[in-house]
Each structure stands twice: as C-alpha cells, then as structure tokens.
Design a protein around this ligand. Structure first.
Ligand SMILES: Nc1ncnc2c1ncn2[C@@H]1O[C@H](COP(=O)(O)OP(=O)(O)O)[C@@H](O)[C@H]1O
Ligand SMILES: [Mg+2]
Length: 323
C-alpha cells in the first residue's frame, strides 16, 4: 500500500519558563494513499503541534528534536522554506477550525480563489469560472454572485465551505483538517463531513482529520490514531480500534459513554486524573497514573503490541485490554 504521509518518531519540544515542554515524543503514524485518517485525543495531547510540524508552521519557541516526515516518499522535515511554500500550495492543503484563519477578511472570495491559482497560465475569466465551479461543488448557493462577496458576509458554515473549496482546488495529495466542524452546529457538521467524503473520492487525496468527536471519526475515517500526552498510544482501522480497543486510554474514551459513537456528542468523556507534566514526563508508560490496568511493569516503556495489523497499541497489557 502506498503511503501519502509517513511520520516516524517525530519529537517536538517547546521552550517554556518551566523548561522544555515535550509536546510530541516519538510520534509515528501513517496515512495510506486515498484514505481518511482521524486523530483523536484530549485537549493538550499534541494534535495541533503535529499539524504545525507537518506544515512547518510551529511557533518560534518550538524545536523539532528528532524524527522524519515523508510526504509521498519525500523527506519534508528538513525541506527548504522555498520547497515548503510549493508543498503547502500544491501537495498539502489545510482547513482550520476557524475558516477566518485562512481567509483574508478584506479581499473578496473571488480574488482569493483566483490568487491561489497563480501557477496556472490561464486568464482571469477562466480562473473565475473555476472558482465558481468549485463553490458550486461545495454547495454554495449563487456561486458566481458569491465571488464578489467578502468572508464576513457569509455564515460560518458557508465560510468553511469556501475554505474547503480553496483547499480542494489545489488538488492536494494530502488534505489536513484541524477540527473543521467544531465551531458548527450538528446539522452543518454532518453536511461538512459528507462534503469531505465526496471531495476525497473526487480528487483521490488522503485526508488527515483532527477531531475530539469520536462519532465523527467513526463516521468519516478509515483509520484512527489515538494520542495521549504527546504520544500515539493506539492506531488501527476504525472498526478494530473502536470495537475492540487495546489501549486502556482508548477503552476509557469509549467505555465512559458507549453511546458516544452513535450519538453526536461533541466532547470527549472526562477521565479521572490529569495529564502528566510534559516538562518532566514520567518514565515508562505515559498513561500509568490514570490507568486501571497499571502494574509494576508499567514503569518500563511499553512495547508496541500488534493486534490485527495495522492495529497496534503501546501497552504492556494490550492483549488483556483487547480481550
Ligand atoms: N506555543 C507554545 N508554547 C509552549 N507550549 C505550548 C505551545 N503550544 C502548545 N503548547 C503545549 O503543548 C502541548 C500540546 O498542545 P497542542 O498541540 O495545542 O494540543 P491539542 O491541539 O491536542 O489541544 C500542550 O501541553 C500545550 O500547552
Ligand atoms: Mg488543537
């Protein structure tokens, strides 16, 4: 199976007054071509840091301390700024939670959509036609008329459709979506999820989808990556992981509220205890302090236990949890 994205042992540290905060520790995951992969985990587990590292958009106090990031077999962790600009425009595109992050408030939708086609040697009118066609494709009413509108004249849902249209127009190999539906109501959320599914089929891209909404991940994704406190603790096909989790953290997420996968509950359950201090993370298993399965062996770093490939969990007790 070809891989659109392959992240290997990626580590990122933020310089803080309390010392180095290890936001990502040896994170490995893969996004096979044409698949939709979801990343789930509590707030603070490193999801946005991961996206920032992929796109080279981390804040100044962040350092990548190790690891590799391959996009369609090209090492991009060490790519030049110039190569990255090309990659971000052509091979990777991103949809953020708040579409205003990527839209310019003082430039019309039409001009923004023409501007991103700057590489294409076609005229103004043709760029407009393409932009309008893409807006129509994402379900925008009166797409031609909308070209002269400004972002603030559209509703939140419509702005997110514009952001998706712009991301899709680049025909990226990888489309990254960081909680793109979190700010929307449930009805709009379902529409946007359906739209992402259709876009994936049409342009054949892979999608990396960040969410803390288990129901949405179950609905949309082929694969899921579960993160806890800066580490990937479990990865596998969505049905495998959600029906038979092998990491106690994943099991907790689901067990706290089994209806969560069906009902559209937008928050993760709360698990007793708190996240470890990432400026001084404990040795051994990172989830140990909150884990009902923990034993003495958990002070050692857990192995990566493979269940039904590609399903694996980083837990000494994975077989027992999996049942
Ligand atoms: N600019 C920053 N400086 C210092 N620490 C940061 C910065 N950004 C994020 N962090 C810390 O890194 C960890 C991961 O954060 P983040 O990637 O935003 O998680 P998530 O997106 O899963 O909520 C958290 O402990 C957070 O406090
Ligand atoms: Mg985040």
């Amino acid at each position: 199976m070809t891989k659109t994205l392959e992240v290997e042992r990626l580590s990122v540290t933020y310089a803080t007054r309390e010392g180095g905060l290890q936001a990502l520790r040896e994170v490995s995951l893969e996004v096979p071509a044409g698949q939709i992969v979801g990343i789930v985990g509590e707030s603070g587990c490193g999801k946005s840091t991961l996206i920032g590292a992929l796109l080279h958009l981390l804040p100044e106090n962040a350092t990548r301390t190790g690891g590799s990031i391959r996009l369609a077999d090209e090492e991009i962790a060490t790519a030049s700024p110039r190569r990255l600009r090309d990659l971000r425009g052509q091979d990777m595109s991103v949809v953020f939670q708040d579409p205003m992050t990527s839209l310019n408030p003082v430039i019309s939708i039409g001009r923004q959509m023409r501007d991103i086609q700057y590489r294409d040697r076609i005229g103004h009118a043709e760029k407009n036609d393409r932009a309008a066609a893409m807006l129509a494709r994402v379900g925008m009413p009166d797409p031609k008329g909308k070209l002269s509108a400004y972002p603030h004249e559209l509703s939140g849902g419509m702005r997110q459709r514009v952001a998706i249209a712009m991301a899709a127009m680049m025909m990226p190999k990888l489309l990254i979506a960081d909680e793109p539906t979190t700010a929307l109501d449930a009805t709009l959320e379902i529409q946007i999820i359906e739209l992402l599914k259709e876009i994936q089929k049409e342009i054949g891209c892979a999608i990396l989808f960040i969410s803390h909404h288990l129901g949405v991940i179950a609905e949309l994704c082929d694969r899921v990556v579960v993160m806890y406190a800066g580490e990937v603790v479990e990865e596998g096909a969505v049905e495998e992981v959600f029906l038979r989790p092998a990491h106690p953290y994943t099991q907790k997420l689901i067990e706290c509220d089994p209806g969560r996968l069906k009902r559209k509950v937008a928050s993760l359950p709360s698990i007793p205890g708190s996240l470890p201090d990432l400026t001084n993370p404990p040795a051994g298993c990172i989830f140990r302090a909150r884990c009902p399965y923990a034993t003495d062996i958990c002070i050692e770093r857990p192995p990566r236990v493979t269940l039904t490939p590609p399903h694996w969990a980083a837990c000494h007790h994975a077989q027992e949890v999996h049942g």
